[in-house]
Design a protein around this ligand. Structure first.
Ligand SMILES: [Zn+2]
Length: 271
């Protein structure tokens, strides 16, 4: 499943191909995505220029002259920039045809992705207005993390992965950030001391930034986001490294199940 870094990587890959371009047409081949693409949408966006791209949580945003397109990759969605005449594949659900002769084509076998258009204020859009802070934005501070940890009876890893509190921190990133902060994933969130919270805030930012940076270098015309962390794996400290020596102290990395997800940690480095 595409996580925040993959969506951001996709945004950066798409950006130079779409910004400043005029939308010639939106061709919807299969409107039945997670939410049905409205029949009125192609007429609303045709003829508009793309002003800029953006991202909120896992929504990719295309800001047009009169409104904004919100695109979600769902579980299995990907975007490619292709010459418009490229034959379609199965599961290619829409084409955003541009005046450059290229198309931004959306493929999604499981159809959990979505496409919305709004002319209203973005932060009041029903899909966006209740989203928690972005881990790479200024609102995600040690003070914020400290505040949300105090009253909750959950482990710190489960708290990090709760998208109502912080968006976009999936299993890999939570595990890696906790290693960087030297905090065990099973600790009660409210037991963390301020210095640990400070390190954890930095750890979350560092691991997401690294994933985006590494992902960005693998882009060609295919700007897919299949959630495969292969390119990223040699940089990981604990995730999927059970039994292998800790890169810091040499102790074998442990694996356990936590909230039905695999958790990895170094029993020596993480307290
Ligand atoms: Zn270690």
């Amino acid at each position: 499943m595409p996580e925040l870094p993959e969506v951001e990587t996709t945004r950066r890959g798409v950006d130079p191909h779409v910004v400043g371009r005029k939308i010639v047409a939106l061709a919807v081949h299969e409107p039945r995505l997670r939410w049905r693409v409205p029949d009125s949408l192609p007429a609303e966006v045709a003829g508009q220029r793309v002003r800029q791209t953006g991202r909120r949580a896992k929504y990719l945003l295309l800001e047009l002259e009169s409104g904004t397109l919100l695109l979600h990759l769902g579980m299995s969605g990907s975007l490619r920039v292709l010459p418009a005449e490229t034959p379609r594949l199965t599961h290619d659900h829409f084409d955003l045809l541009l005046d450059s002769g290229k198309t931004l084509r959306f493929n999604d076998p499981r159809r959990f992705g979505s496409l919305h258009y709004t002319t209203g204020k973005l932060d009041e859009h029903p899909l966006l207005k209740r989203l928690a802070p972005e881990p790479l934005d200024d609102q995600f501070t040690a003070d914020y993390l400290l505040r949300i940890t105090r009253k909750r009876k959950v482990t710190i890893k489960q708290l990090l992965m709760n998208s109502a509190l912080v968006v976009g921190v999936g299993n890999i990133y939570a595990s890696e950030a906790l290693f960087r902060a030297r905090v065990r994933p099973t600790r009660q969130a409210r037991s963390l001391k301020r210095p640990e919270i400070v390190k954890l805030t930095r750890g979350v930012r560092a691991v997401l930034s690294m994933a985006i940076k590494v992902g960005g270098t693998t882009l060609r015309d295919y700007v897919g986001a299949d959630g495969n962390p292969g390119y990223f794996k040699q940089k990981l400290y604990v995730y999927e490294r059970a039994g292998k020596p800790c890169r810091v102290c040499g102790t074998p990395i442990k694996q356990m199940t936590q909230g039905q997800r695999s958790t990895y940690y170094c029993p020596s480095c993480q307290k």
